[in-house]
Design a protein around this ligand. Structure first.
Ligand code: ZN
Length: 289
């Protein structure tokens, strides 16, 4: 999807529906599209802030101005990549609201990260388990466990309107980056299947435009991943190859700067296929079993 025409509404409050507004953070990049979108749910008597975003002074000021004199009941995080959760702590200090949502993840990876690294400072006041709800005046946000992009990923369902806040699990502009070892393709596929069974009216992802035909998009994503998987097993049945040899064939036509991210996805698929006994690896060379 091409970038929407500039200027993007960074720092502005966009009202999407009676209970939902959005504020865009100034952190556009190839992995965040136009930037992280923080959602405000509720009204003056009580708000939830979903994915407060990067710890960026301009974004924090924009959030505080959007909140105005409303009471913040909860600061909710879908997962702990650094473009999602670091503003939680300063916003909690400024508003007195608790941080709730996904579990903390303390991962130390030596490998260079192609997407956002993890926020090691995230300390929630309350971890939400699958199916648990946070409530405020006129709203109920229920946690839906959706591991895959990260192992701690949650989506939040706004029961009063049928909207689902999908974080980085499902986005309209791009497929989700699944980076092993924390990212897990089998979990990701199961989490897609889980959303496909639901009847949500609209998705509000952390990056990119709202998704107005959610089940259709999810169905397409499941199909896309299955197609990638078939492509991998077909290429490997022709000849054993390394990930570095698979990527240029599989991602011909995709800008080369995105190949490192593509390689992580291919790796995630290979691990899934290996766990299912379909491929095996010797010294970085993969072959069908
Ligand atoms: Zn993420």
């Amino acid at each position: 999807m091409a970038l929407p025409p500039q200027p993007w509404p960074t720092g502005e409050v966009e009202r999407l529906e009676p209970l939902v507004a959005r504020v865009l953070a100034p952190n556009a990049s190839p992995f965040t599209f136009t930037g992280t979108q923080t959602y405000l749910v509720g009204g003056k008597e009580g708000l939830a802030v979903i994915d407060p975003g990067p710890d960026d002074p301009a974004h924090l000021l924009a959030l505080q101005s959007a909140i105005g004199d409303a009471t913040v009941r909860a600061i909710m995080c879908t997962h702990t990549h650094r473009d999602h959760s670091p503003a939680a702590r300063p916003l909690a200090e400024a508003t007195g609201a608790p941080i709730v949502g996904c579990a903390p993840l303390h991962l130390h990876s030596d490998a260079p990260r192609v997407d956002a690294p993890f926020d090691q400072t995230y300390e929630p006041d309350r971890v939400m388990e699958d199916g648990e709800a946070m409530t405020g005046p006129g709203w109920t946000l229920r946690a839906i466990a959706t591991p895959g992009h990260t192992s701690n990923h949650l989506c939040f369902a706004l029961e009063e309107s049928g909207a689902l806040f999908t974080g980085d699990h499902v986005m309209g502009w791009s497929t989700s980056v699944v980076v092993p070892p924390d990212g897990d393709m089998a979990d990701y596929m199961a989490s897609l299947a889980r959303l496909h069974e639901r009847e949500d009216r609209i998705y509000y992802p952390a990056h990119g435009p709202a998704v107005e035909k959610p089940r259709q998009l999810v169905r397409g994503m499941i199909g896309h991943r299955r197609q990638r998987e078939r492509q991998i097993t077909r290429l490997l049945s022709e000849e054993a190859r390394s990930i570095e040899a698979l990527v240029p064939v599989m991602y011909k036509g995709v800008p080369e700067k995105l190949w490192p991210a593509a390689a992580q996805s291919v790796h995630a698929h290979l691990i899934d296929l290996e766990q299912r006994g379909e491929v095996q690896e010797t010294e970085d060379i993969w072959q069908v079993t």
